[in-house]
Write a protein that binds this ligand. Structure first.
Ligand SMILES: Cc1cc2nc3c(=O)[nH]c(=O)nc-3n(C[C@H](O)[C@H](O)[C@H](O)COP(=O)(O)OP(=O)(O)OC[C@H]3O[C@@H](n4cnc5c(N)ncnc54)[C@H](O)[C@@H]3O)c2cc1C
Ligand code: FES
Length: 262
């Protein structure tokens, strides 16, 4: 079930030169949300800009929802100017989140702004008393790795990769996923969020391992309505030997990698 809530901003602070972290009080949405689902956020004032912006949920504590957002264009720019005490309209939780698989190992992969939903998912797995959680984060540079501190507080194995080698292994996040897979042979589920080329590469790497039973990917798409009406967010997926279109906002954003037409 989804809700439209006027939500109170508790904090809105710079994380690094590119993005902000916001805490919002939104009791109904917080109670209903699952990892991998997203929010449509009204960023401006008096219905300008008209379209809400899709942002993933970083974590939930009681009534409070946390998000991290990059300042990209007019919507996120207006959001960055909001202050504690301001109200914003949020629709959520939207889409389908990750489905937790009955596996020995759980590998959570976040590339760039794909890291935040992995915090929410790791917390859910830990609450379910699931161990053997490996979190693999990748980005271009050390400064662009998001949510590292959130994971340091959790009982998970954290592995980092940066393209310039400024922290963790030099290279792509898929390189560290490969190492985790080489060292852990039990039944494994992979959960991912990040840029499409990263997830395509991740899917191709992981499908070579017979013990990987599921590779879930939260797909990117430019969205207008966010609620299944405009068909602006469709991607191609395989179903019963046919290629069909599915809406990322309603049938996704999480899809099995094996179903996506990459
Ligand atoms: C399911 C989902 C979850 C997301 N989660 C996050 C997150 O947690 N943190 C974060 O920083 N960003 C996230 N994004 C991307 C974020 O929605 C865009 O950066 C944002 O909409 C840009 O809006 P703008 O007004 O600042 O930019 P503008 O360029 O002015 O936006 C113009 C239009 O394009 C759409 N748009 C532009 N870029 C994107 C994009 N990359 N993806 C989807 N729509 C886009 C906007 O919704 C808007 O309708 C997510 C996108 C999706 C689809
Ligand atoms: S954004 Fe309108 S149908 Fe998905």
């Amino acid at each position: 079930m989804k809700f439209v809530e006027k939500s109170l901003i508790i904090s809105n602070s710079l994380v690094n030169e590119f993005c902000y972290r916001m805490v919002i009080s939104s009791p109904k949405i917080a109670k209903a949300a699952n990892p991998g689902q997203f929010l449509e956020i009204g960023c401006g004032d008096y219905n300008y800009p008209l379209l809400k912006r899709p942002i993933s949920i970083l974590n939930i504590e009681e009534d409070l929802i946390e998000i991290i957002y990059y300042v990209i264009g007019k919507g996120t720019n207006m959001l960055s100017k909001k202050e504690p005490g301001d109200l914003i309209e949020i629709v959520g939780p939207l889409g389908n989140g990750y489905s937790v698989k009955d596996c020995e190992n759980h590998i959570l992969v976040g590339g760039g702004y794909g890291a935040p939903p992995m915090v929410f998912l790791a917390n859910k797995l830990l609450r379910m008393n699931i161990n053997n959680i490996f979190v693999c984060l990748g980005s271009k540079t050390k400064d662009m790795i998001l949510c590292k501190e959130d994971f340091l507080d959790l009982d998970v194995s954290l592995c980092l990769a940066t393209e310039d080698g400024s922290v963790g292994k030099k290279g792509f996040v898929t390189d560290i996923v490969k190492t985790v897979l080489d060292n852990n042979k039990g039944k494994t589920a992979v959960y991912s969020c990040g840029p499409t080329p990263m997830m395509e590469n991740l899917y191709k790497v992981c499908r070579e391992y017979e013990n990987v039973l599921s590779i879930q990917c939260a797909m990117e798409s430019v969205m207008a309505c966010g609620i299944g009406v405009c068909n602006g967010c469709v991607i191609k997926v395989k179903e019963n030997d046919r290629v069909i279109y599915k809406r990322v906002c309603t049938e996704g954003p999480v899809f099995e990698g094996a179903k996506v037409v990459w």
